[in-house]
Design a protein around this ligand. Structure first.
Ligand code: SIN
Ligand code: FE2
Length: 224
């Protein structure tokens, strides 16, 4: 009784992407907000330049003695650092000896809007870690657990080259989901998912129209 001819079916299929939810659920209290940061870029990128002028990207050493392939900076009250003696949040940038740059208002507003969209009201980030990946750079599976409390979510903004984000379980060995992330996507995880392992596979070669040969990630947290 199916009188749909192939043409009709094609039309139906073609219509689907329009109706795809812009929010992909990846866990009970975690999701990807597709393209959420795009309308903010005009304000976000100049603010990023200002932050980086005061606290340039640098590569840090892990307690195990490895140089991270990702270059880091921070803004906000607390910045995340690592060296041979461990991981920690600091009020001052160890490279300049000055306090980390203030978190630009547009950073704060975007983080809060994304958290709200993901179901976390009243997110007040006091730290934004800025990660720079060049092709080949990666981040191994880890948990974000240097924060004083795990009550607040993590809001993670992707810009520039695409990445394959790994979203795992509560042990390192649990199988991870592979979540492709594009320029403008925001991942939010919190609540029961707050301590899930996550990481990023090596970034593939490429040129991004807006950011060139790199991926920039902002990770907003409530650290103190
Ligand atoms: C992080 O876990 O700090 C970074 C995640 C990402 O780059 O997407
Ligand atoms: Fe992380």
């Amino acid at each position: 009784m199916n009188n749909m001819n192939p043409t009709t079916l094609d039309l139906f299929t073609d219509a689907e992407p329009e109706q795809q939810p812009r929010r992909d659920r990846i866990g009970e209290q975690s999701c990807v907000l597709r393209g959420f940061a795009l309308p903010w870029l005009d304000r976000l990128l100049p603010a990023l330049e200002t932050v980086l002028a005061a606290a340039p990207f640098r590569q840090m050493v892990t307690p195990g003695g490895f140089i991270m392939s990702v270059a880091l900076s921070s803004c906000g009250t607390w910045g995340w650092t690592t060296d041979r003696s461990g991981y920690r949040y600091t009020r001052d940038d160890p490279q300049t000896g000055r306090p980390w740059p203030d978190m630009p208002e547009v950073f704060f507003q975007l983080a809060q809007a994304a958290a709200r969209e993901a179901g976390f009201t009243d997110f007040v980030p006091d730290s934004c870690l800025i990660n720079r990946y060049v092709p080949g750079a990666k981040m191994s599976l880890h948990q974000d657990k240097d924060e004083k409390s795990y009550a607040a979510p993590i809001v993670s903004v992707s810009l520039g080259l695409p990445a394959m984000f790994l979203f795992g379980g509560f042990t390192r060995s649990e199988k991870s989901q592979r979540v492709p992330l594009l320029h403008g996507d925001i991942v939010v995880w919190g609540g029961v998912d707050r301590l899930r392992y996550h990481g990023v596979l090596p970034i593939k070669d490429g040129q991004h129209a807006c950011l060139g040969e790199q991926r920039i990630n902002f990770t907003f947290r409530r650290a103190g």
